[in-house]
Write a protein that binds this ligand. Sequence first.
Ligand code: MG
Ligand code: MG
Length: 273
Amino acid sequence: LDAYSLFEREYESEAEDRIRLFGEIRHAIVQDEFELYFQPKVHMPTGRIVGAETLVRLHKGSSPQVSRFILFAEQVGIITDITSWVFNHAVAQLAAWRDEGLELSISVNLSARDILNTKLMGELLARCEERGISPERITLEITESAIMRQADKVIAILGRLREQGFRISLDDFGTGYSSLSYLKQVPADELKIDQSFVRAIDGPDGDDTLVGLIVDIGNKLGMKIIAEGVETNLHAERLLALGCDTFQGYMISRPLPAHELAAWHHHWVETHR
Ligand code: MG
Ligand code: MG
């Protein structure tokens, strides 16, 4: 095989992969087959569970790489169907937990496409009202790059969502290219430090300079700061020393299906009073 045929072969199999993935996503939407997972966020000094991030997976036997399928869905324009599914089911889950006596707050990820979709944005509040869930219990996570793509428009939409009671989180912070003047205008309650910066703490250079800077920026902007991807005691120690005290990551818990989260919650509260 020459180089060109090799390239061609690889290209074809990638195209086949994409077509298969597209089919799996369509199938999951129609057949109602996604699975929701929840990963807790904990305020370390008090042990208080401040919320849980809602994550979605294609059903068993499908691609386990969560981010790959979400990115793909964004590229091909079917992300909004997924977000709508996730939001409906996450709100229903909140209502089910409430009926069992478990009062939880959750966050849901929105993509750039979602935010600019007026119909979808209108539906969020309606879903909450149907289930009697206060929007204050729901944080909308939006990545820094999704905001900066059309900053003026997105900032206005976020302002309206916040007026409706939703909380806003600036997700994967530090990985995009923020304009500082826009950043100041983003109506966010929370800033999530991207896990790449947390990982750098115990990387080869043991670098925590950027985490420190991000904590300063978040504090100056009056946002709560959460570190993502907290996995080791060293991560935890350094983050606490730098003034970041709310964590999400394997050190606390992996993402859990709804029924396991309820059990985890019970156990955590029992052991952290
Ligand atoms: Mg997120
Ligand atoms: Mg994130």
